[in-house]
Design a protein around this ligand. Structure first.
Ligand SMILES: [Zn+2]
Length: 164
């Protein structure tokens, strides 16, 4: 990486940190060293980054509500990306996350339930590329996702919510 590339990637990294991405995601996206990203994080956020692993897709999909939230994010993401990319398209992810939050405000059943973090959204999209996250449509036309070992029933969360 030459100096110009490095400085433009540093600016991008600062943007991603402002969006709330964990440092290991920023490292993967920008190709910059984790030492540099940690220093940058302190400059941008005024505190050291919190340690901690990213969750697994299965642990994110722990409730019917989170399965519904995740399905909304993935549906929006898929509409934004042009084809199967090998890497997570972070710009599309940020856009999909904004749309998801707008949809939540209009959804009475989901608006007061726990929102996914941008890092959880990233994990799900990476799972999609690793073929751990699968896409489905139910008989009522809802789009939803499943992943192996999820703690909820691998059926449509929107139909399950409507039954209660
Ligand atoms: Zn359904």
């Amino acid at each position: 990486m030459n100096l110009l590339q490095k400085s433009s990637q540093t600016l991008r990294a600062a943007e991603l940190i402002k969006c709330g991405f964990k440092t290991n995601i920023v490292v993967q996206d920008t190709g910059l060293s984790s030492n540099l990203i940690r220093t940058l994080y302190k400059e941008v956020q005024g505190e050291s980054p919190k340690a901690g692993q990213l969750p697994s897709p299965a642990s994110i999909l722990a409730t019917i509500q989170s399965l519904a939230h995740a399905s909304i994010v993935i549906e929006n993401y898929i509409e934004l990306v042009e084809s199967d990319t090998v890497r997570v398209d972070i710009n599309a992810l940020i856009q999909a996350n904004k749309q998801y939050r707008t949809i939540l405000k209009k959804n009475r059943e989901l608006e007061l339930t726990k929102e996914l973090t941008i890092n959880e959204c990233w994990v799900l999209i990476r799972g999609l590329q690793a073929k751990q996250v699968k896409l489905h449509h139910c008989d009522n036309g809802h789009f939803f996702i499943t992943t192996p070992k999820q703690r909820t029933l691998p059926t449509c969360p929107f139909c399950q919510l409507h039954q209660h």
